[in-house]
Write a protein of this length. Sequence first.
Length: 49
Amino acid sequence: MGKIFCIIGKSSSGKDSIFQMLEQDYPAMGRIVLYTTRPIRIGEIDGVT
């Protein structure tokens, strides 16, 4: 069975940086965007960003 990492935190707290480091160490790891409470921003793709 695989591992699940849950990266949560305030805006600009470094979540993306941590994910990028994990992605380098575990290249087969994927990204799942489960839920957000804010409206989608211009340029964002639903379920991706």
